[in-house]
Design a protein around this ligand. Structure first.
Ligand code: SF4
Length: 383
């Protein structure tokens, strides 16, 4: 039996944001209890299938988990606990749309042991938030931050801290200017969060935003300009104690996301819910994106990862982090030697974009900006 991370997918949103290509469907009313019931059945079934001893981390993502009612949150977390115990020191993260944050929701999260809240702020000014159709505008984001500071964040002198807060920001949204972006970043840095995810906007094909940009209805800020905003924002976060530890993630000391680190270290994880995926050892499964099919136990896809795919994924995920890849872990998992990528890696070291220690190989901060180029170069050794 082994401990495992659990991802719970809640694929419902009140409305769709223009840039989003995550799997979620519009749900105007409350989430049906049948969905919660099926999640619990799947938690039980996957725990038995993969011989799980306990949940080491839990992550409620979406979609919009904050659309769940307090009763549904209670039912879900107690049912997951009944399937397998939640580790005593488990990190339990719950994604929230700022517009949904109320004292009632925060009380329900606290009462059920959630100890990390992740809020999708995305921007702090109305222009970008309205162009991409976010439900929460500046006023809602501000009142969410105020509620969080009063009812979630613990006083500075309370040690150890039981609750944590992560905020998401997107750099390069249409309607954003340098002034508005950095004013928003200042507000994020000073609001008491311990973790910031700073993403660059990616324009995904077939999203409403892609089509609007394509047809000239919406104009994006120049990419060279927004790249320089991102780098300046990275440096500002670091100056304020938020150390970069992954391509888009920054944390105060000790506040890295343990759940996401388990993906980047390729530890076993189980996903439950429509569209969720899980990987344990060489088996990867993906649940159907049709909610109806998933409710009826249909449409699961399975893939057996070849040793070469596993090796490449281990490197691809490990090199996303600044601590990089553990050489002895690679050897103990795969038997072979990481030196197969040595010709590429030493060239990146020579260019000042990567570094080695006795135990690890890693890209540095400048190298991480070019991660995709690096991955393309090492991919040839495996795929
Ligand atoms: S709330 Fe999140 S998941 Fe839902 S549409 Fe917006 S970005 Fe996508």
């Amino acid at each position: 039996m082994k401990p495992c991370s659990l991802y719970v997918h809640i694929p419902f949103c009140k409305s769709k944001c223009a840039y989003c290509d995550f799997f979620s469907v519009v749900c105007k009313n409350r989430i049906d209890d049948a969905y919660i019931q099926k999640l619990l059945e799947e938690a039980e079934m996957r725990a038995a299938q993969f011989d799980v001893s306990e949940w080491r981390t839990l992550y409620f993502g979406g979609g919009t988990p904050s659309l769940l009612s307090p009763n549904q949150i209670e039912k879900l977390i107690s049912g997951i606990k009944a399937a397998r115990p939640i580790a005593e020191d488990a990190e339990i993260t719950f994604e929230c749309n700022p517009d949904d944050i109320t004292i009632e929701l925060l009380d329900a999260l606290k009462a059920n042991g959630v100890n990390r809240l992740s809020a999708g702020i995305q921007a702090m000014s109305d222009a970008p938030l309205s162009v991409v159709g976010r439900r929460a505008r500046r006023a809602e984001n501000l009142s969410a931050l105020e509620l969080l500071s009063k009812h979630w964040i613990e006083p500075e002198n309370s040690e150890p801290k039981k609750r944590r807060l992560s905020l998401d920001l997107i750099c390069g949204l249409p309607g954003e200017t340098s002034e508005s972006f950095f004013a928003g970043l200042d507000e994020i840095i000073s609001c008491g969060a311990d973790h910031v995810s700073l993403y660059s906007l990616t324009l995904e094909e077939n999203t409403p935003l892609y089509n609007a940009v394509d047809s000239g209805k919406v104009e994006l800020p120049e990419i060279e300009e927004t790249d320089s905003w991102w780098i300046k924002a990275r440096d500002l976060l670091e100056m304020n104690g938020f150390a970069q530890y992954e391509v888009s993630n920054f944390a105060l000391k000790g506040c890295q996301s343990r759940h996401n680190m388990s993906y980047w270290k390729m530890l076993p994880y189980i996903g439950i819910g429509a569209g969720a995926t899980g990987t344990v050892g060489s088996l990867r499964y993906t649940n159907s994106r049709s909610i109806e099919d998933w409710l009826n136990g249909k449409g699961e896809e399975k893939e057996l990862l070849t040793p070469d795919i596993q090796k490449f994924e281990f490197l691809m995920m490990g090199f996303r982090t600044l601590e990089g890849v553990d050489i002895s872990e690679y050897k103990s998992r795969f038997g072979g030697d990481i030196s197969v990528i040595e010709p590429v890696f030493s060239e990146w070291c020579r260019k000042g974009l990567a570094q080695t220690t006795k135990e690890r190989w890693a890209l540095n901060k400048e190298g991480l900006l070019l991660l995709n180029c690096f991955l393309k170069e090492i991919m040839d050794f495996f795929l």
